[in-house]
Design a protein around this ligand. Structure first.
Ligand code: GLU
Length: 521
């Protein structure tokens, strides 16, 4: 077997301008793995002052899904991973949508045919099916169009030149297939996996150009990576089996010295193997970046954004799904990631997705985020839940006070609703066992005192309560629970005097008064 040591040639692309691409097919919502591919590409590009390109790979028109392209750009915007070149951002290497580059691919396919690296194939779908059933065995349940069978099919390897010309002249539909060499070991160096080898005999003769003149993914990806001067091609592990085809195409068309350096990112694993959309609905966690509604079925798949993740948390959890900086450090801002990221530290084995851990990242980022960053999201959320949030200053104080307790954005609603709405009912059950006339009298006096207090803040309200408690010979500790429940409605929330300060004198007095009524009922 010939060993083609392609590896050495692809090692030194760092002397080129770094240009990486994210090349999604617009077929639906973006899965965690897809967004992580975006992120790692982005980090690498920014680390080396390179360009991050987004190329829409829509050559398979049968898989086109309306709305999927917009969704991809909305996700990038939400995450703050802004491309340098794309359909939406322009650039010197456009068009950035493959369907608009249709005309540029045929010449490369024809060149391959002329040089003996590809051939025309005229087999009809029926003939292909016939071949599959004729050669199907137990060991080989789905025979491929490859070196073992191509000599038995209708193609320019088996037909005479005249026949081929005639068929084409008569307008007979045909595809162009790559002629994969037999018995070659195809080797390349993956930046994460090191040397990877393939036995060419196991690779089928992939279609490069379809009967409608559209290239397949395999041809288009290689041609476009070349024309767009891509220095590094990074993608998910599921594309590793396609690598030998791409490497051969690079060798035949452009010479291996121009080939980008490859890296294939590890799979993201859910509770049962590869993380799937179904895992999300089964276990109740998001798998897509943002909500996605399948336009055909109307099925809604929930996204991290709508679940209440903030971009900083989402980016951080994604980055750590398959990478670390070699220390115990887990919390990274996007800028810190750009600084610390290295492809060599991306793991080659599958990365386990743990939803509890994902939420932990978000919690840490909510705690770390400034009030200004959180304000608009929280306001939107509270208003959606029917609260009137007209006082910006109050909203800021509330956010600062409760953010420690919020893991996901909707937690802000639960944790702060009582700041904006007088409780319609309170948890009297938790107060009544220790409720008595003395405490009742205490709260009546507290109302009188609060009415007269000159300064209204947490400190003064606390002092007043303690003084009256001492005068009534009741331990202040015993009064805190009823006081909290009167103000909040239940046994939760931040410091009770902070709450009193924010809701204000009148509202505090109103809530104590209401509380006494509820308890007397
Ligand atoms: N169009 C492929 C996808 O949908 C891109 C694979 C690659 O990056 O080569 O993921």
């Amino acid at each position: 077997m010939t060993l083609l040591a392609y590896a050495v040639l692809s090692l030194s692309n760092m002397d080129k301008k770094v240009r990486v691409r994210f090349a999604p097919s617009p077929t639906g919502g973006l899965h965690l793995g897809g967004v992580r591919t975006v992120l790692y590409n982005y980090l690498f590009a920014k680390k080396y002052n390179g360009d991050f390109i987004v190329r829409i790979e829509d050559t398979d028109q049968s898989r086109f899904v309306p709305g999927a392209e917009e969704y991809i750009f909305d996700t990038l915007k939400w995450c703050g991973l802004i491309p340098d070149e794309s359909v939406q951002h322009g650039g010197d290497y456009g068009p950035y949508r493959q369907s608009e580059r249709k005309e540029s691919y045929r010449q490369y396919a024809e060149k391959l045919v002329k040089e003996g690296f590809a051939y025309y194939a005229f087999d009809t779908p029926e003939e292909l099916e016939k071949m599959r059933s004729a050669y199907r065995t137990e060991q080989n349940p789905s025979p491929q169009y490859d070196h073992t069978l191509r000599d038995k099919m209708m193609n320019s390897l088996t037909l005479s030149e005249n026949e081929v010309e005639r068929f084409i002249g008569e307008g007979m539909p045909y595809v162009i297939r790559i002629k994969i060499p037999t018995q070659e070991t195809i080797v390349f160096t993956d930046m994460i996996r090191g040397e990877v080898q393939f036995d060419s005999s196991l690779v089928d003769d992939k279609v490069l150009l379809k009967a409608d003149g559209m290239p397949t993914y395999h041809l288009a990806v290689v041609v476009d990576d070349y024309l767009m001067k891509i220095s590094h091609a990074f993608r998910g592990e599921e594309w590793l089996p396609s690598a030998p085809v791409h490497i051969l195409l690079w060798k035949y068309l452009f010479g291996l010295e121009n080939m980008p350096q490859w890296a294939h990112f590890p799979l993201i694993l859910g509770p049962n193997g590869k993380l799937s959309k179904r895992d999300g609905s089964k276990y109740g966690f998001p798998v897509f970046s943002m909500n996605w509604t399948d336009p055909k079925t109307n099925e809604l798949t929930e996204g991290f954004k709508e679940k209440g993740f903030i971009p900083e948390g989402f980016i951080n959890l994604l980055a750590l799904l398959g990478w670390n900086d070699g220390t115990e450090k887990e919390i990274f801002s996007l800028n810190e990631l750009v600084e610390s990221f290295s492809m060599e530290r991306v793991h080659s084995s599958g990365a386990h997705f743990d939803y509890e851990k994902a939420k932990w990242f978000n919690h840490e980022w909510i705690k770390k985020s400034g009030v200004g960053t959180l304000k608009s999201g929280v306001k939107e959320l509270l208003e959606k839940d029917g609260f009137i949030v007209s006082d910006d200053n109050k909203l800021e104080k509330v956010i600062a006070l409760v953010k420690e307790r919020c893991t996901l954005l909707p937690d802000f609603s639960d944790q702060s609703s009582f700041f904006f709405k007088t409780p319609a009912q309170i948890d009297t059950v938790s107060i009544l066992p220790k409720w008595n006339t003395e405490k009742q009298q205490f709260f009546r006096e507290l109302i009188r005192t609060y009415k007269l207090t000159t300064i209204w803040n947490a400190h003064e309200t606390e002092n007043a309560l303690k003084e009256i408690a001492a005068a009534h010979q009741i331990k202040a500790g015993e009064l805190m629970l009823p006081f909290r429940i009167m103000l909040v409605g239940g046994k939760f929330g931040p410091g009770v005097f902070d709450i009193a300060e924010i809701i204000g004198r009148e509202e505090t007095i109103l809530r104590i008064t209401n509380g006494l009524t509820f308890l007397a009922a």
